[in-house]
Design a protein around this ligand. Structure first.
Ligand SMILES: C[S@@+](CC[C@H](N)C(=O)[O-])C[C@H]1O[C@@H](n2cnc3c(N)ncnc32)[C@H](O)[C@@H]1O
Length: 209
C-alpha cells in the first residue's frame, strides 16, 4: 500500500514554472484534455499515442513519477502529451495558469485518493473552491469526468460538483464517446485493478453550461 502524499503540505506551495501551451505541445491548437492525479501516466500514454488529434496534459503530485513520465515523452518523441508536477489545486488556482483551464475541452478525475477520515476530507482533490475556480474559467461545453470505486467519495464529489449551478449532469447512455478524449475507452491503471477484483465503479459526466 503506497503512502498517500498530503497535498496540503507546504512542500507544494511553490509551483514550478508552467510553460505556455505552444511550449508544451507540437500543435497547441488541438483539443486539450487534462487528467488530474495521473500517477505514472500510463493512461495518458495510451491516449496520446492513438488520438493524435488531441493534446493531453497530466498533473501529478508525486515528483518521481512526473520525472519518469517526462523522460518517456522525450525518448518517444511524443508531441501531444505533457506532464506537470505539483498539487493540481495550487497549479490551477494560480491566476497565472488560468490559460490552462480556459483552453480545456475536458477534465478527468480518475480514482482520486479517497482520504477516508473526516479530518482528512480537506485533502481531497475536489473541493467547492476548486470547482468554483473551474466554473469561473472553463468554457461552456467543457466536460468533467469523475470515476471512483469508493461510494462515499463519489457521493461527495457528485454533491460538490452538482452544488455548482454551472454544471449539469450528462446521462452516460446518451454520451457519444467517439468524439471524446477517450474514444477507445482506455482504462486507467486503477480501473484495471478494480475490474479484475470485481469492485464497483461509480462514474458521472458533467457539462459546463
Ligand atoms: C489512486 S491514484 C489514481 C491514479 C490514476 N488516476 C488511476 O486511475 O490509475 C490517485 C493519484 O492522484 C495523485 N494525487 C493526489 N492528490 C493530488 C493533487 N492534489 N494533485 C495532483 N495529483 C494528486 C496521487 O499521487 C495518485 O497518483
Amino acid at each position: 500500500m503506497r503512502q498517500h502524499v498530503n497535498p496540503l503540505s507546504s512542500n507544494f506551495n511553490q509551483i514550478e514554472r508552467i510553460p505556455s501551451l505552444s511550449e508544451m505541445f507540437g500543435d497547441s491548437k488541438l483539443n486539450l484534455h487534462l487528467d488530474i492525479g495521473c500517477a505514472a501516466g500510463d493512461f495518458l500514454f495510451d491516449l496520446a499515442l492513438v488520438n493524435t488529434s488531441w493534446n493531453y496534459l497530466g498533473i501529478e503530485i508525486r515528483e518521481k513519477l512526473v520525472k519518469n513520465s517526462k523522460l518517456k515523452v522525450i525518448e518517444r518523441e511524443i508531441k501531444n502529451l505533457y506532464f506537470l508536477f505539483g498539487n493540481a489545486n495550487n497549479i490551477l488556482n494560480d491566476v497565472q495558469n488560468k490559460f490552462i483551464i480556459k483552453n480545456l475541452k475536458s477534465i478527468s478525475f480518475n480514482f482520486p485518493d479517497p482520504w477516508f477520515k473526516k479530518r482528512h476530507n480537506k485533502r481531497r482533490i475536489i473541493q467547492p473552491e476548486f470547482i468554483n475556480t473551474l466554473s469561473n474559467s472553463l468554457q461552456k461545453g467543457t466536460l468533467i469526468f469523475i470515476k471512483t470505486d469508493v461510494k462515499d467519495l463519489f457521493d461527495y464529489m457528485d454533491c460538490t460538483i452538482s452544488s455548482n449551478f454551472d454544471f449539469k449532469t450528462i446521462n452516460k447512455r446518451d454520451f457519444n464517446y467517439s468524439e471524446s478524449f477517450n474514444p477507445n475507452k482506455f482504462k486507467t491503471s486503477r480501473e484495471k485493478y478494480v475490474i479484475v477484483n470485481h469492485l464497483d465503479i461509480f462514474e458521472r459526466i458533467y457539462i459546463k453550461i
